[in-house]
Design a protein around this ligand. Sequence first.
Ligand SMILES: [Zn+2]
Ligand SMILES: [Zn+2]
Length: 376
Amino acid sequence: MAVTDPYAVLGVPRDATPDQIKSAYRKLARQYHPDVNPDDPGAEEKFKEVSEAYSILSDSDKKARFDRYGVTDDQPGAGGAGDFMGGGGFGDIFEAFFGAAGGGAQRNRRPGYREGDDLRAETVVTLQEVLSGVERTLRYKRERVCRTCSGNGTADGAVPSTCPTCKGQGVVVRVAQTLLGSMRTQTTCPTCQGSGQQITDACRTCHGRKTEVSDAEVSITIPPGVESGMTLRAGGQGNDGLGGGPTGDLYVVVHVADDQRFDREGQTLRTAVDLTFAQAAMGDSLEIEGLDGLIEVGVPAGTQPGDVLRVRGEGLPRLQGSTRGDLLVEANIVVPTKLNDAQQALLKEFAEVSGEPVPKGHNKEGFLGGLFKKKK
Ligand SMILES: [Zn+2]
Ligand SMILES: [Zn+2]
């Protein structure tokens, strides 16, 4: 078979973009795929023709040659479509193009085949649990194969009969004649909703659904260093598949709860500590609450407001790691709000000794407040 006009075969204009060409090819390939049309030998011929046309138009050299000279140099039965198939046959190319989006009924023609859905769950961990890692037991609902009918959906538990409408294909192809030629559309079989099977006497437990909802429990190990939004996969813990279809997975999204004491930035924890003027000026050694117990923080002499003290190894570990990041402690220097006479006298003396201006004081209810009132 030699394609004489690949543009006509794909039904695209001469100035079609590569995307338009690819999209037209995919649509036609899906329509004429032999797996979708097992009883139509013409479809296979058409499929090969479409594939060959695409092999020309998707190859810049071949496309340029055709555009200029109007000929294709593909030998009948060789090159072109054959090469493009890579020897893998129709199945592989079909999988490659439609595998992800096709869904159970299209991907697999076995009647009753269905892949189990993936499920999603969420769990919350504390910062302490981020530090240590934690084992969580999650309880959730999942669809299991119905035990009454062994997943056949029938009252007697036998394998259901083949759907007479689609003959077990799960899909029906409609052909409509239009001005542009015959248009083929493939839709899910309306009789069996794509299962390819017909159940006349349904199982009393699952009412023909073939699955039943059951309580499930799974233990998952949340590793140290986990970050909010990370997702863990529990393989095979989702809904059961049917007709040989695989069981889905359970995806667990981890949220790290906010902590009143610490802000987190990756492996680094941040907190703040109140210091007196004397502690900041003279330096001190403090015990503060760390994530896992009391820790000692050295305050250097001359610490200024907003200075950040770094405590190494008191932060969080890297994901699944053991070495910990740092704890950053911001110094908050607290100015006294009330001073008694003795404190005022000492501060004045301190200022004098330091050669600083001696504060006169200003406080509407304090020692000068009284003088203002007397003057009035
Ligand atoms: Zn059907
Ligand atoms: Zn059942």
